[in-house]
Design a protein around this ligand. Sequence first.
Ligand SMILES: Nc1ncnc2c1ncn2[C@@H]1O[C@H](COP(=O)(O)OP(=O)(O)OP(=O)(O)O)[C@@H](O)[C@H]1O
Ligand SMILES: [Mg+2]
Length: 285
Amino acid sequence: MLDQAQRLRQMAAGNKLDKKQSSPKIITVTSGKGGVGKSNFVVNLGLTLQKNGKKVLIFDADVGMGNDDVLLGFLPKYNVFDIIFNNKDIDDVIVTGPYGIKLLPGGSGITRVNEITNTQRNNFLDKLSKIEDLDYILMDTGAGINRSVLGFIACCDELIILTTPEPTSLMDAYSLIKAVVHFNIKSKAKVVINRTLDKNEGEETYKKFRTAVKTFLKIEVDYIGSVAEDKKLVQAVRSQKPFVIDSPNCEASQDILKISNKLLGIESSGTGVQGLFKKIFNIFS
Ligand SMILES: Nc1ncnc2c1ncn2[C@@H]1O[C@H](COP(=O)(O)OP(=O)(O)OP(=O)(O)O)[C@@H](O)[C@H]1O
Ligand SMILES: [Mg+2]
């Protein structure tokens, strides 16, 4: 344990010398309710950022139930479990996709998440901390409020909560934010409204949501945009071709571009890979 902490401290110190090269901004995308569109959002936002010259790694942190590989049309040979259980090298597990985007697959149909020992987890974090030359790490979490999701939220530079305008999804997003406030995990969250039916629905939904949050919870929320309900997205999922590639001019693609531009416009330096994994290490140790 101490060795690991020492090593991470050394890496963090070394990181200061070359901050630009190894300080990716870590963005966690999550939701209260499942199935609201996180994975599609992460994959297509990642591709849009990458297309705009950024170096992006998508970490499918829905470990054991991941499907970002499917959305990208990949059939990866390995996943995060091979790093943890089979001592695979991280470079052999990360796959490279369109425009050079990188994906660390989460594996699906695997129920061994609870079997991971501390040593295995630390080895995994050690390997992850060696990834360099990235601008963004986008973490696509599973839905719901649990230790693992809250842990990923705690580790990121920015938290994006995705919800649809449906009251059920909004209620669950509210409960998630309430847990984040309760455990004092983050002081800020960005909100994206997915599957809006017209131009105003995103803004209107957000205003109502913000009113509820501001009245009862102590957290800063910030609206970063909406994504339209779009048939092209559904077609893209079926054909396993991300919609920003398959239909770059469709409504959803345009909306993702706006959000990407907004994120790029409000860029500040991130924690860095070492900083992130130092935090993860602290949580699990
Ligand atoms: N903007 C949209 N327009 C139309 N359909 C959408 C949109 N966003 C999501 N969907 C539909 O919702 C489905 C689920 O999306 P996705 O897999 O991205 O959700 P998720 O939040 O990652 O789910 P999980 O919680 O299970 O990981 C998509 O396959 C698609 O059919
Ligand atoms: Mg998903």
